[in-house]
Ligand binder design. Structure first.
Ligand code: DGP
Length: 113
């Protein structure tokens, strides 16, 4: 499958992987928008959040839990962070393999652009 995140998961493309289990992989974003910028992705290729099935509910919950654990590991739990999930064109999604962004290490602004 011609998916950049599937290739990172399989090891075909290098990335700084900071978490891996049977269902979830996390790595640092190649173009960080903050001092800490992580991507949490499911091993299962799901294009976007609108494609999740009933059976994927626990998986998405686990993605958020892994993200929370990585925030502790990265030392940004106390200062705070932002979790972002971009969906399709208006959401600004570029890579069509479901992912949660974790951004931290600086203050974020609101509303987003
Ligand atoms: P989104 O717009 O939500 O689809 O964000 C996709 C993110 O993926 C973007 O912040 C850059 C990141 N990205 C794209 N290609 C690569 C890659 O090859 N390696 C890594 N580590 N990140 C990538």
């Amino acid at each position: 499958m011609d998916c950049i995140f599937c290739k990172i998961i399989s090891g075909e493309i290098p990335a700084e992987i900071i978490h891996r289990d049977d269902e979830i992989v996390a790595f640092r974003d190649i173009n960080p928008e903050a001092p800490v910028h992580l991507l949490i992705v499911p091993v299962k290729h799901i294009e976007t959040i609108t494609d999740i099935d009933t059976e994927d509910q626990n998986l998405v919950g686990r993605m958020v839990f892994v993200a929370k654990q990585l925030c502790e590991q990265e030392g940004i739990s106390e200062s705070g962070f932002r979790m972002v999930l971009n969906c399709r064109e208006h959401g600004g999604q570029e890579v069509y393999h479901l992912h949660i962004h974790v951004l931290g290490g600086r203050a974020m602004r609101w509303p987003p652009g």
